[in-house]
Design a protein around this ligand. Structure first.
Ligand code: ADP
Ligand code: ZN
Length: 617
């Protein structure tokens, strides 16, 4: 059993002191203080915060303040290693116990554990629950038990892990140790499931806002996806990002094409061998400007804080997936962009996937609903952030000012007449053809297929020349999403009418459509122009980045483990000249100051010598 805690509740002040001293931050964020205070009192805690919200500190600080070692249950080996590396850089005594360690290394960790030389120990659930591991912990005081990615207990979620189901046993085994469950998964049912399955005791609920204000959301109608992507990436030269595609084949071809365009792009999908995947992931983590082109196999366990964009060339399956995938951008709180293109073909493809699976009907119905919610969101003409947050049960009263619709409100037009022409064409051609053919008929294109089917003889042939093919595709997409047309996934996207289309066809209803032609520019660089450093600061920032890169290579860690961009930016702006001044910057704690302070001060001094003197003369 763990040693009883000292009777005095360790104070929050001590946590605050360590926040400054070790992590270099002046104040708590969001629900951190609430979570830490409860854990310090010895209570169970459930922390729900978005990715990048600052969950780690919610258990790291209590573990440091309370006596004993903090046990952190984490599902992914890669994630454990990253966290431990980052903690050691901060001077925290952290280690992990997993299958990658050889006997000797494991022995060393266990020695350290028993010698009271560890503040935090990361471990996988299956390992922790082995009798011999549990026995190890009977002989040492435990400060807290943190259960990261706690939604892995949810059998309905996509990250379900059998081993998590056994974690409720920790309650009996270590009754005096507060347990802190953490997740970024937001829905209330998942929340309840976590509390129940982990047997948390009346946990303090620390539910942070789910907004990620630094992420800009942008959705465009797909016209020429590659050209559109290229246009978007122009605003992100020299930055790291992720491009998501649905299939392995597409991942390969897009990555190859981006390389030909001069980007440092690498593919990542489950079909690549483990070595290649690991190598590509490492490049992504360690270099400043790698673009990973990936299926959704890539993401969980990627803790890179300076991912500047996430681009979707294919639609995700649901709003949850979309939010999780885009949430990987901008964890450091700096501006980041979530960009997506989609067209009617994507809708057909995804519906096909849903309908074609071998799940039961109820499951398929739910999946379809989720997909429809996402499609509806894509077509929204007002602020995108509000419906996104509302989906997660949160109110966002003001338009955000940081999404495509807020920045350039989309024009709408009276699409009633166009919709009627389209519906008629679908009807006259027998509701057996996909969008491409129907558009050919409307435009009067006498293709082979049109002639073979004698569709050039129909009254609807050529009645739609006032719109371009692109504009017609946009009308098709919107009518499908709005429910006026069905794209039959089983018949290769054949368009059919719905109940809803009748009043429109009969001229009894009107329809406003979104103008797709005026695609708002991404505005990424423009928006950032305001906070972009002056040229001199820019040069200094680059020099600081160089310095960071050299240190990172020497230490064998990713650059962001040394300092985040935000810290370097603060250095470039404030130009501190003494260790004390450096210590005042966000992200500079005592250990990092001792280890690297001089080297950064040297760069700062070198740059100080040039500019002010030059300006004075
Ligand atoms: P999560 O696990 O919720 O995705 P992290 O714990 O990785 O988030 O924290 C995200 C980022 O926010 C990290 O870079 C971390 O250093 C930073 N951070 C966390 N708490 C604070 C704070 N109180 N002040 C400033 N930065 C913070
Ligand atoms: Zn908005």
């Amino acid at each position: 059993m763990s040693v009883p805690r000292s009777p005095a509740v360790p104070s929050l002040d001590e946590a605050r002191r360590l926040l400054r001293e070790i992590f270099g931050y002046d104040s708590f964020r969001g629900r951190q203080e609430q979570a830490i205070a409860a854990a310090l009192e010895g209570r169970d805690v459930l922390v729900l915060m978005p990715t990048g919200g600052g969950k780690s500190l919610c258990y790291q600080l209590p573990a440091l303040v309370r006596p004993g070692v903090g046990i952190v249950v984490s599902p992914l080996i890669a994630l454990m290693e990253d966290q431990v590396r980052a903690l050691r850089e901060l001077g925290v005594r952290a280690a992990f116990l997993n299958s990658t360690l050889d006997r000797r290394e494991q022995h060393a960790v266990i020695e350290a554990l028993h010698g009271g030389a560890l503040d935090l120990l990361y471990i996988a659930p299956e390992r922790l629950l082995q009798p011999q591991t549990l026995a190890l912990f009977d002989r040492v005081p435990i400060s807290i038990i943190a259960i990261d990615e706690a939604h892995c207990v949810s059998q309905w979620g996509h990250d379900f892990r059998e081993d998590y189901l056994g974690l409720h046993r920790l309650r009996e085994r270590f009754p005096r140790v507060p347990r802190i469950a953490l997740t970024a998964t937001a829905t209330p049912p998942t929340r309840r499931e976590i509390v129940e399955r982990l047997a948390l005791d009346e946990p303090e609920l620390c539910i942070g806002g789910f907004d990620r204000p630094n992420i800009r959301y942008m959705v465009q109608a797909k016209t020429d996806a590659r050209r559109q992507l290229l246009g978007f990436l122009k605003g992100h030269a020299g930055e790291a990002g992720i491009v998501y595609c649905l299939s392995r084949k597409k991942v390969e071809s897009v990555a190859e094409w981006l390389r030909a365009q001069g980007f440092d792009a690498l593919p990542y999908h489950a079909g690549l061998n483990a070595e290649t995947r690991a190598a590509h992931q490492r490049r992504f983590l360690n270099d400043d400007a790698v673009v990973i082109v990936a299926t959704i196999a890539f993401g969980m366990g990627i803790d890179k804080p300076d991912v500047r964009f996430v681009a979707h060339l294919d639609l995700p399956k649901s709003i949850e997936s979309y939010y999780q995938e885009t949430g990987r951008a901008g964890r450091d709180g700096e501006p980041a962009e979530a960009w997506m293109v989609y067209g009617v073909q994507d809708v057909v493809q995804l519906r096909q996937l849903v309908d074609g699976g071998n799940a039961d009907d109820e499951h398929k119905r739910r999946e379809r609903q989720k997909l429809d919610a996402l499609l509806g969101w894509c077509e929204v003409t007002s602020c995108r952030r509000r419906p996104l947050l509302e989906y997660f049960g949160e109110n966002a009263p003001e338009p955000c000012g940081n999404c495509d619709n807020c920045i350039a409100p989309p024009a709408t037009w009276d699409g009633t007449e166009a919709a009627r022409k389209l519906l008629s064409a679908v009807y006259r051609t027998g509701q057996r053809f996909g969008a491409a053919h129907v558009v050919d008929v409307l435009l009067g294109n006498a293709t082979d297929k049109v002639r073979q089917n004698r569709h050039d003889r129909l009254s609807v042939f050529g009645i739609g020349t006032e719109l371009s093919a692109n504009a017609w595709r946009s009308v098709v997409r919107q009518l499908v999403v709005l429910g006026y047309l069905r794209a039959d996934a089983e018949r290769y996207g054949a368009l059919t009418l719905t109940e809803q289309s009748r009043p429109l066809l009969r001229g009894e209803a009107k329809l406003e459509l979104r103008e797709d032609t005026k695609v708002p520019s991404t505005g990424g660089k423009k928006a950032r122009a305001a906070d972009t450093a002056a040229p001199a600061d820019e040069r200094l920032f680059e020099a600081l980045r160089d310095c960071r890169r050299r240190i990172a290579t020497e230490q064998g860690v990713p650059p962001y483990v040394i300092f985040h961009d935000a810290t370097l930016k603060a250095m470039a702006a404030d130009r501190p000249t003494s260790p004390e001044a450096l210590l005042g910057l966000p992200g500079v704690g005592r250990t990092k100051l001792e280890r690297y302070g001089d080297r950064f001060l040297e760069v700062l001094r070198a740059h100080a010598l040039v500019s002010p003197a030059d300006d004075a003369s």
